[in-house]
Design a protein around this ligand. Structure first.
Ligand code: PMP
Length: 349
């Protein structure tokens, strides 16, 4: 395991320090041996708020400040699956803002608990589609509108989100691999991570770095890319949290052309990979991270041996402990057979 360049922006107040965000790079040794390529994962679970979304959280708040949309003592309101909220709650604490979070009530209790510990006011609301006015994003927007000195940071369509990855994550990956990046793949929620990194890597490599979008079941982006731009409504759900999308967001739109291919990863494969990473590498990550790693392995197979393939470890498994490691929960999702016998020792009742 190689870990380099670990420095965070958490040491001092956000208001006085220019952010230096640089999560570690990890080589996944077993999977690299299996594929004959180097599979690298960027350890975003090591960020101060514990996820890849810390970057977007900081950038959307700084963007609101620079546009005069929020002043001292104001309120930041956001709709989120949880991780952006956790990042925002951190930033708000440091900067003295209040933080109000709307999230779908399908998300893990651990994320809600952490948000409340960080001082956020949390509203879990029914998980309805984006075109329904009761969707968590629209509720967040209305909440901000009704307050003075409050901003809805709108992570899905506010391109300060993708800018965070153009300015930080993309350059870090390029630097940490000394410009030798043959492939990059990750899943999307807002699309900020994929789009920002794709933009940076494509420019730096003169278009040589291949970009694959990785999608969970129930998301429309896989078929959108495979069909060359048709949005097909699809039902279905996934055990992953924070990823999968029903539309092309403003963060993804400018860079969708840069995506070379898409992969759809079944939940059973993502769940199995969570346990493999724990068992083989001692890496304890959530389902979107595991899905990304499965996608990186598939990408390595598609591109052929001898390549450097990079993906993202979005957050840690602590946030999903009561689900992803619970026998009962796994059974309720019909995924018991996804975990081989020798890995079942990691499950609890
Ligand atoms: N993984 C997890 C666990 C997340 O919470 C998110 C964001 N919701 C993502 C991946 C996707 O990141 P992005 O919003 O940049 O597409």
């Amino acid at each position: 395991m190689i870990r380099t360049g670990i420095s965070t922006f958490a040491r001092r107040s956000y208001s006085t320090v220019k952010p230096v965000i640089s999560a570690a790079k990890i080589r996944l040794n077993r999977l690299s041996e299996e594929t004959g390529s180097n599979i690298y994962a960027k350890a975003e679970f090591m960020n101060p708020g514990g996820s890849v979304k810390d970057r977007a959280a900081l950038f959307v708040v700084q963007d609101a400040e620079s546009k005069g949309l929020i002043k001292a003592g104001g309120t930041v309101v956001e709709g989120t699956a949880g991780n952006t909220g956790i990042g925002l709650a951190h930033v708000c604490r440091a900067k003295g803002y209040k933080c109000v979070i709307y999230m779908p009530n399908t998300q893990s209790q651990e994320k809600i608990d952490l948000l409340r510990m960080l001082g956020a006011e949390v509203y879990p609301v029914p998980a309805v589609a984006f075109d329904n006015p009761q969707n968590y994003n629209h509720q967040a927007a209305r909440h901000a509108e009704a307050l003075d000195n409050a901003v809805w940071t709108n992570q899905f369509d506010n391109t300060a989100n993708r800018q965070a990855h153009i300015e930080t994550t993309g350059p870090e990956i390029w630097q940490q691999l000394e410009g030798q990046v043959d492939g990059f793949t990750c899943s999307t929620g807002t699309g900020g991570t994929l789009a920002g990194i794709a933009r940076f890597l494509k420019e730096k490599s003169n278009g040589k770095t291949k970009i694959f979008l990785a999608d969970p079941p129930g998301s429309v982006l896989y078929s959108y890319i495979k069909s060359g731009g048709t949005l097909i409504e699809r039902g279905g759900s996934s055990i992953t949290e924070g990823i999968g999308q029903g539309r092309v967001t403003e963060n993804l739109k400018p860079d969708i052309e840069l995506i070379d291919d898409a992969l759809q990863i079944p939940d059973a494969d993502s769940l199995h990979m969570i346990y493999r990473l724990l068992d083989e590498e001692g890496i304890y990550v959530g389902a979107s991270s595991a899905l990304n790693v499965v996608a990186a392995v598939e990408m390595a197979k598609k591109l052929g041996p001898g390549k450097n393939i990079v993906t993202i470890l979005c957050d840690g498994a602590y946030r999903y402990q009561s689900r992803l490691f619970s026998k009962k929960w796994i059974e309720s999702k019909g995924l018991t057979d996804a975990i081989p016998e020798h890995l079942k020792k990691y499950t609890t009742l």
